[in-house]
Design a binder for this molecule. Structure first.
Ligand code: AMP
Ligand code: ZN
Length: 663
């Protein structure tokens, strides 16, 4: 095959695999195999720029910077939808329609109303040509490069599509991805995002498309607009879009009359909480295009469609008290303790209050009856006061830390109060040690978060350097600790001395120094001593290190306690330098991945294979579990193991695949 055909074939395969994974949710190859193919394509494209294609799947990783998004006029206006809130509203709507159309038989398409940011995507000759935000409905911002990074949006269509059309949809951030993004922010001491919708719509306007590519965005499509479309109704349009490769949720239904519409509404009113994404209602559309054309539009919205808004589930209950939690970085989060109440299928006892401004804005006081609502977030929130209780004065936000009594501070422009007693405030001390031992940091086996608290409460550890001086005799007398668990703990701590410098740097818990930043700093400075010497200017010159991170690194080393702790860790043998080992095969390519080795191999003995995994930063597991990332299978792999791996959906790779992985 010539190069051009190979490139073409790889592109087609990758498009199909993207489709299987992101649209059908049914991958047929492992992530590893996918990455290999993508890498192969990227290399060929780099060598043969003459075959560049802006719609190649390699373009999905992003990397373009848009400083100013161009304004584009919508060829077809993007309308709003009228809202309805009750069954009566819908009867009235139908009556109005029948006045225009006469007493015809009306069918309706029922769809969920996806809560995100709307987008209009133009396809020309089966290729994604342009994507534009809704803007004011007449014109929006062109965000094509950002949109291309969303994997469920096809870059190239399949089947029998018209030469040119626009498709409308909603860019959303499913709950799971949203929670994950927030977890990562909290990890490094940043403020989490407030809700999926705003985060999704903010993502569209990021300047760096590589950043957009990292966000787990999705796009749900609901409307095709164009000339000479090969279908005559909304429902058939959805079906066609699905065939061309778009993600059109299967929940949509064709209703033969309003009663069936009500059934759909009632069903989703209770079941919407099980969906992976947020929905705030149902959109009902007159199905037949001839009817739609006759009905036309008002100044703002189509007469042939209407949104039905779910009543957001709201209850009232008493605010019993407000408590204040202190996080690892000292950030204070107020939490409302409520009289337990049933809401959206669960009993709610607590609600998040975010920060002092929020309490002030809502003017909630202990003893008030408050409205509680379940939105997109997992924790419900208080949205207002229903009835004032006995409190005559507004809530006084705490001025001192509930855990250590230090006076709180609040930096200019920040919403959160902080306890500045980083080295003396128990939850901060414990949180920092818990971070140190966590999986992505030192990954200390035999030591968990609760044990850290136990050790601290018994006066055995004050900071992470103390871990290295723990003895088995000190640990065994503690609650729930036996000889074996104590041995494991001490052993696990000793083993952490093999952890590479970049992970140690992350483990230190310097504010804003997450995994990626730690890697960058380690690579650039090569040792903690060099990093410590760096001036702020020096730090800022490092690729992707900004003011805030630089300042935070400087502050870390300005603190005597930190310097002493680092010195102690160093004495214990923790790695504070990039080790250029003698082993020419060592890489960190497998960091964070757990392998199970099974069967007999041709090119390695089993022990050599295990060593190769560890030399490259991976872990060797003894049995297949949900924690396993890959099973390296040789000849005679046991059938039970094979079945287990398949059941858990774990990638099974050959020894050649493995060699490919470590290059
Ligand atoms: P509104 O912004 O309240 O006027 O509602 C109109 C918006 O709902 C549209 O601009 C779309 O972004 C959004 N929407 C979400 N799901 C759908 C759907 N299934 N059909 C039509 N519009 C939808
Ligand atoms: Zn404190």
């Amino acid at each position: 095959m010539d190069i051009s055909s190979i490139i073409q074939s790889l592109r087609e395969q990758l498009n199909q695999h993207n489709y299987n994974y992101y649209v059908l949710d049914n991958p047929t190859i492992s992530d590893f195999e996918f990455d290999q193919k993508l890498k192969q394509l990227q290399e060929l494209e780099a060598k043969h720029p003459e075959f560049f294609d802006e719609n190649s799947p390699s373009q999905r990783v992003g990397g373009t910077i848009t400083k100013n998004f161009a304004t584009v006029v919508h060829e077809n206006r993007m309308y709003s939808l009228d809202n309805s809130y009750s069954i009566e509203d819908l009867y009235d709507w139908e009556t109005k329609i029948q006045k225009v159309l006469g007493n015809v038989n009306l069918e309706y398409t029922c769809e969920l109303k996806y809560d995100g940011a709307s987008i209009s995507i133009t396809y020309e000759n089966g290729k994604l040509a342009r994507a534009v935000t809704r803007g004011d409905g007449f014109q929006g911002d062109e965000v094509t490069n950002n949109i291309k990074t969303i994997k469920s949006i096809p870059l190239v269509l399949k089947g029998n599509f018209p030469p040119k059309f626009d498709i409308r949809g909603e860019i959303i951030l499913p709950f799971e991805g949203f929670e994950k993004m927030n977890q990562e922010l909290i990890e490094i001491g940043e403020t989490p995002y407030s809700n999926p919708r705003n985060t999704a719509s903010g993502s569209l306007k990021l300047q760096d498309s590589a950043e957009v590519a990292k966000r787990p965005l999705d796009c749900l499509l609901y409307f095709i607009i164009g000339n000479n479309l090969p279908f005559k109704s909304q429902f058939d349009g959805l079906e066609a879009a699905r065939k061309w490769g778009f993600k059109v949720p299967n929940e949509s239904k064709l209703a033969k009359n309003l009663d069936e519409v009500f059934e759909f509404i009632n069903y989703w009113d209770t079941h919407r909480h099980n969906l992976p994404y947020e929905t705030d209602g149902v959109v009902i559309k007159v199905n037949d295009f001839n009817h739609q054309n006759e009905l036309g539009y008002t100044a703002k919205s189509p007469r042939w469609a209407i949104a039905y808004k779910f009543k957001s589930e709201q209850v009232t209950t008493t605010l019993n008290s407000i408590s204040y939690q202190v996080g690892r970085t000292g950030a204070i989060t107020p939490v409302a303790n409520l009289e337990p109440v049933q809401l959206a299928g669960t009993i709610v006892k607590r609600a998040s209050l975010h920060n002092a401004d929020q309490i002030e804005k809502l003017d909630i006081r202990v003893g008030d009856e408050v409205f509680v609502e379940k939105g997109g977030e997992i924790i419900p929130k208080i949205i207002g006061v229903a009835k004032r209780g006995n409190a005559t004065q507004p809530t006084q936000y705490i001025t001192h830390c509930p855990e250590c009594e230090t006076e709180l501070i609040r930096k200019e422009g920040e919403a959160q109060h902080y306890c500045p007693n980083f080295y003396g405030c128990p939850p901060q001390i414990i949180g920092r040690i818990q971070h140190y031992i966590s999986r992505k940091a030192m990954d200390i086996e035999g030591l968990g978060g609760e044990t850290v608290a136990l050790l601290y409460n018994n006066g055995l550890v004050q900071n992470y350097a103390d871990l290295y001086e723990l003895t088995v005799d000190q640990i065994t007398p503690l609650e729930r600790m036996a000889q074996k668990s104590a041995d494991n703990l001490v052993n696990g701590v000793q083993l952490s001395k093999n952890v590479s410098f970049e992970r140690v740097l992350y483990a230190l818990g310097i504010r804003y120094v997450g995994e990626t930043v730690a890697k960058k700093l380690a690579k650039h400075y090569k040792s903690i001593d060099a990093l410590r010497q760096a001036s702020i200017l020096d730090l800022i010159l490092v690729d992707e290190i900004g003011d805030r991170i630089a300042q935070s690194v400087i502050e870390f080393f300005e603190n005597e306690t930190n310097v002493i702790t680092v010195e102690r860790l160093k004495k214990h043998g923790v790695q504070f330098e990039v080790v250029e080992t003698f082993n020419p095969n060592a890489t960190d390519k497998l960091v964070g991945k757990t392998f199970v080795v099974s069967g007999v191999f041709e090119k390695f003995s089993r022990d050599d294979l295990k060593k190769a995994i560890e030399d490259n930063g991976g872990k060797v597991g003894s049995s297949i579990s949900s924690k396993t990332d890959y099973v390296v299978a040789g000849d005679n792999m046991g059938p039970a193991k094979l079945e287990k791996a398949n059941q858990l959906g774990i990638a099974i790779i050959s020894e050649d695949d493995f060699i490919g992985m470590i290059g």
